[in-house]
Design a protein around this ligand. Structure first.
Ligand SMILES: Cc1ncc(COP(=O)(O)O)c(C=O)c1O
Length: 417
């Protein structure tokens, strides 16, 4: 459920016509709905019921300060993967004791920053990383609270680039080696080994892979307990899918109903790291049709947003619904590729898509673009990154200015020689 709806054939973000935003901010533009974000977060958070838990929003999905601040005020913590994301989360007002830090390649400066900020926990992915963290924590005279990220070797039915829970992937520790690694970790002076972290992938639309991986985690907790290693935190990762087209993912309630019997009564705090399910359907990308081109019996709608603005279709062949900002009932339908201005054949937002016959100058809304949209955008082809707008009721605010050509060359210089 989201708050992008037609009213008299005109697309609205909550109570604001999308056309009005475009007339002030231009295109392409990402537009987010406050009410949708709030609704999604509350639905997810409340699904845990009485289970002792903390929802840490996955900053990688959407890292805009205004969005992080909004979620923080609703009680969210942050799941971060870099010093930059830590900087953002802290600037947005998220308290450090609600921040967990994952990622296979944490650098010294990032570890120091997180230790100084006193974050809740590091999700550690390899023995060399743990040894290094132990050394860095020792140098700062502090102890790092750590969860091992275990790789449960579970196949999640999703795009291979966003499946992370298989043994062959770079993530985590082989679950079969976990006991010995926990025992070794216990001997490190500056490490408090307190948790288990698992994340099996993203855009997962069934509950069974989550349940299967948690069963393995629970088995591990019992074995660790028998070794005298007490676990206080179980971080169940993110990954719950959303509807882009016709997928029917479990609702947060259904998700919790399925996993509760496994995680209840463990006497641990459950940490969860949702990204897409909170923000995916809370954002759209609005673009303008520049030209309509017909070539070799094929229609191309050339729009002003490219793969640098939304890379998901090019990278994952992801489907995003495309809607006209102003509906006109009577027009014919065509099959077309929706392509951007980038000099790559892979620059498309949709391929062979049946659509209403758009005309040049018309506005188009690319739906479900709130997660991994702006966050994955780039300046490729020296295109300034687009503006972001947050709507709340009948008001809207620019939460990120459109970049300028000067922004593009900031920090660059031509050597005197
Ligand atoms: C460790 C970790 N946690 C959480 C997430 C968020 O996943 P999603 O946006 O699918 O909920 C990701 C995404 O890749 C991740 O790698």
């Amino acid at each position: 459920m989201n708050y992008f709806q037609y009213n008299h054939n005109e697309l609205y973000a909550e109570e604001v016509p999308v056309r009005e935003i475009v007339s002030q901010v231009g295109t392409p533009v990402y537009i987010y709905s406050y009410k949708t974000l709030e609704r999604h977060f509350k639905a997810y958070d409340s699904a845990f019921g009485k289970i002792d838990h903390l929802v840490c929003f996955a900053v990688k999905a959407n890292s805009n300060l205004a969005i992080l601040n909004l979620l923080g005020k609703l009680g969210a913590g942050a799941d971060i993967v870099s010093g930059g994301e830590l900087h953002r989360a802290l600037k947005a007002g998220i308290s450090p004791e609600k921040i967990v830090y994952a990622g296979v390649g944490k650098m010294r400066s990032e570890m120091e920053m997180a230790l100084r900020a006193k974050i809740l926990m590091f999700n550690v992915e390899s023995w060399p990383e743990l040894e290094f963290l132990n050394q860095v924590a020792g140098e700062l005279g502090v102890k790092a609270t750590v969860a091992w990220r275990v790789n449960p070797d579970i196949a999640a039915d999703t795009h291979p680039y966003i499946s992370t829970g298989l043994r062959r992937e770079k993530f985590g520790l082989d679950i079969h080696q976990a006991i010995s690694e926990y025992k070794k970790a216990r001997r490190l002076k500056n490490i408090d080994i307190a948790g288990i972290h698992v994340h099996i992938g993203s855009q997962i639309t069934q509950v069974s892979p989550f349940v299967d991986s948690l069963i393995k985690v629970i088995d591990l907790i019992r074995k660790l307990d028998a070794e005298g290693i007490g676990i206080r935190f179980v971080d169940i990762g993110g990954g719950l899918g959303i509807t882009y087209r016709d997928e029917v993912p479990p609702s947060p309630q259904e998700f919790l109903q399925a996993i509760s019997p496994v995680i209840e009564g463990l006497g641990v705090k459950i940490i969860s790291e949702p990204g897409r399910v909170i923000v995916g359907n809370a954002g759209i990308l609005v673009t303008q049709v520049l030209y309509v081109k017909r070539k070799d019996n094929k229609n191309f709608l050339i729009v002003d947003a490219g793969m640098n603005d939304l890379i998901r279709p090019s990278l994952y062949k992801a489907y995003h619904e495309i809607l006209p900002v102003c509906k006109r009932e009577e027009r014919p339908r065509i099959v077309a590729d929706v392509v951007g201005p980038i000099c790559e054949s892979g620059d498309f937002l949709a391929r062979d898509r049946e659509l209403p016959e758009f005309v040049a100058g018309e506005l188009m809304s690319v739906m479900s673009a709130g997660a991994y949209g702006f966050a994955m955008s780039s300046n490729y082809n020296s295109r300034p990154r687009v503006a972001e707008v947050l709507v709340r009721g009948d008001q809207f605010s620019i939460i990120r200015e459109r970049e300028t050509y000067e922004d593009l060359i900031r920090g660059e210089s031509i050597p005197a020689w």
